[in-house]
Design a protein around this ligand. Structure first.
Ligand SMILES: [Zn+2]
Ligand SMILES: [Zn+2]
Length: 274
């Protein structure tokens, strides 16, 4: 059966995606307000009450700001590693969560899904990326990283769908007058965020015949534009023979249309028989 994947929102201000299979309904990060997450789920005919759980990449506000209201009130399982759990508890001392801990680098089953976890270089306690394996295809989530290690690239290479950070245009960031020098240094560092050019290089290295959809996420609203990020990455992929990959930039303000995984592959398999 197909799986459904919707980026409910992604940007420096907030990140949240929804993945649904026959048995399992997951959020990946809860970095919008609980109210926004509820509204955007309702927009695709879903409710938070029916979630199976929430996967958390790391404890930065733009990944967990809706977590306390959503997960604690609805008693939803929260899947994260121990250091991230401790950081979440510090941020929401009043909330009671149902944590399900994983060890970074391991895989675990969740309903009819399996989730691979891997470490990413970013300035949080123990930040991770995910490769979520479904019967309809694999979804990789790779946001919030200063640079891509060999390990990271190997771990998401099996993605059919990949959410990849494309945070900033380096020149727009350097010219930005709002951010102090130290903040710019943090963003540009090896534990900060990927620029459009860096995202293009990473996408080129991950490129495979199986990769069908590339969602650019975590765009800075001041130091990037969706059109620029998309152009830089799509042009690089085209140079490397990746014209089969559909590249889209996500927005923090509006969900992207739901992607039906498995449907296109089934259609492609069926086509020659007609
Ligand atoms: Zn972060
Ligand atoms: Zn972030």
């Amino acid at each position: 059966m197909p799986a459904l994947f919707t980026i409910l929102g992604s940007g420096s201000s907030g990140n949240c995606a929804y993945l649904e299979t026959d048995d399992t309904r997951l959020l990946i990060d809860a970095g919008l307000s609980a109210r926004q997450i509820r509204q955007r789920l309702l927009g695709i005919g879903r409710t938070p009450e029916n979630l199976s759980g929430i996967l958390i990449t790391h404890e930065h506000t733009d990944h967990i700001q809706g977590l306390a209201v959503l997960a604690a009130r609805l008693h939803l399982p929260v899947f994260c590693n121990r250091l991230t759990k401790e950081a979440i508890e510090l941020q929401f001392p009043e909330a009671r969560f149902d944590f399900r801990l994983f060890t970074t680098g391991t895989s675990f089953d969740l309903g009819d899904l399996s989730v691979d976890t891997f470490s990413v270089p970013h300035d949080a306690y123990d930040p991770v990326g995910f490769l979520v394996r479904t019967a309809a295809g694999n979804v990789g989530v790779l946001t919030d990283l200063g640079h891509a290690t060999r390990l990271v690239i190997e771990r998401v290479r099996a993605s059919h769908v990949l959410v990849l950070e494309s945070n900033h245009d380096v020149r727009m960031l350097q010219d930005d007058t709002k951010r102090p020098w130290a903040t710019k240094q943090r963003i540009l560092s090896r534990h900060g965020h990927l620029s459009n050019e860096a995202a293009a290089q990473v996408a080129g290295e991950i490129l495979s015949a199986e990769l069908q959809h590339l969602f650019l996420g975590h765009l800075s609203s001041d130091c990037n534009t969706p059109a620029l990020a998309r152009r830089v990455v799509a042009e690089h992929l085209a140079q490397r023979g990746g014209t089969h990959v559909a590249v889209q930039a996500a927005s923090p303000n509006v969900p992207l249309p739901t992607l039906i995984l498995g449907a296109t592959r089934a259609a492609a398999t069926a086509a020659p028989m007609e």
